[in-house]
Write a protein that binds this ligand. Structure first.
Ligand code: NDP
Length: 293
């Protein structure tokens, strides 16, 4: 494993983690168990994924010291507001079966109700002050959202988790984060979202440049993309439910891309977003109840 990343409050975070978006609740404990066994020490979940309990079950059953696993979760927009977000923490911590969540982040900005977003963030600041979380951050925040938040926040977010893969790199958001000490964490780091709609021609896994570079290192496209993130200083959280892929995605510490190869992947950016446009997120369209248990 490579050196951990250091967040802006001095907390260490593994450079590579494991994601569980779309992992069915009944399969989550097994997938996380395989990941922990493989060597992953960061698990990224979210209240909205409805699988925090499976993550907690696997961590408890693993026998790995709690301090050696970095748990990240996200508050869904339906729980924004100061008191609501404090309560959202209680729900997540209960399902995860932990007293402390390592990194707790806002899942989305609510651009039309930014005061609610700020109130939710202020609840995260309170959780941090109370020692219930070790670091706080945001997800899917664009530059204007970060600017608005920084104008009100007492604590600079440690992390902004955004869509980053070779076909959509969000360089201006990354640069703004770097200027302010906010680490970029890549979701869909191997471009999973480019293949969800079944269009193989648009999938990063079939990209000729990536496949050529992979061939030169006797590695796979996924491994090359993860290496690219690591060498760019971007934290990545690939997801899989398949043991062979979970292992493949962690086997990225024995090779290095050349500067030219990194530049060739940098040049693949299409500027086309796969996920929802952050500006259109509203409670009306995306709200959903997050259960207590
Ligand atoms: P990824 O880029 O991690 O790709 C996952 C997809 O690729 C799955 O369909 C998986 O299928 C497949 N896959 C995994 N490994 C390989 C491999 N080695 N070769 C070929 N195919 C592979 O996309 P995600 O969208 O899952 O993003 C990763 C994580 O980021 C999520 O799990 C979640 O934690 C987070 N996320 C956060 C979001 C946010 O809004 N903050 C939004 C989206 C994701 P299979 O499981 O069958 O192997």
């Amino acid at each position: 494993m490579t050196n951990p990343l250091i967040l802006n409050n001095g907390i260490e975070m593994p450079a590579l983690g494991f994601g569980v978006f779309q992992t069915p609740p009944a399969e989550t404990a097994e997938a996380v168990a395989v990941a922990l066994d493989t060597g992953y020490r960061l698990i990224d979940t979210a209240a909205a994924y409805a699988n925090e309990r499976g993550v907690g079950d696997a961590i408890r059953a693993s026998g790995i010291d709690r301090d050696d696993v970095f748990i990240e979760s996200k508050v869904w927009i339906s729980d924004y507001g100061y008191d609501q977000t404090l309560h959202a923490y209680e729900k997540s911590a209960r399902k995860l079966q932990v007293d402390v969540i390592d990194l707790f982040i806002l899942h989305q900005a609510l651009p039309g109700e930014f005061d609610k977003t700020v109130a939710a963030y202020q609840a995260l600041e309170k959780l941090l002050a109370d020692g219930k979380v070790r670091a706080i951050g945001v997800s899917n925040f664009m530059v204007d959202h970060l600017e608005q938040l920084l104008a009100e926040a007492a604590v600079v977010p440690a992390v902004n988790q955004i869509e980053v893969h070779p076909y959509f790199q969000q360089r201006e958001v990354q640069a703004f984060g770097a200027q302010h000490g906010i680490l970029t964490q890549a979701w869909s780091p191997i471009g999973g979202i480019t293949s969800y709609r079944g269009d193989d021609a648009k999938s990063t896994f079939n990209d000729p440049t990536i496949l050529e570079i992979a061939g030169a290192h006797d590695k796979t496209a996924a491994q090359v993309m993860l290496r690219w993130h690591i060498q760019n200083g971007v934290q990545a959280i690939p997801k899989s439910v398949k043991p062979a892929r979970i292992a493949e995605n962690f086997d990225v510490f024995d090779f290095e891309l050349t500067a030219e190869e990194v530049s060739r992947i940098d040049a693949l950016d299409t500027g086309v977003r796969g996920g929802p446009e952050p500006e259109v997120i509203t409670l009306e369209a995306f709200g959903r109840d997050i259960p207590e248990e």
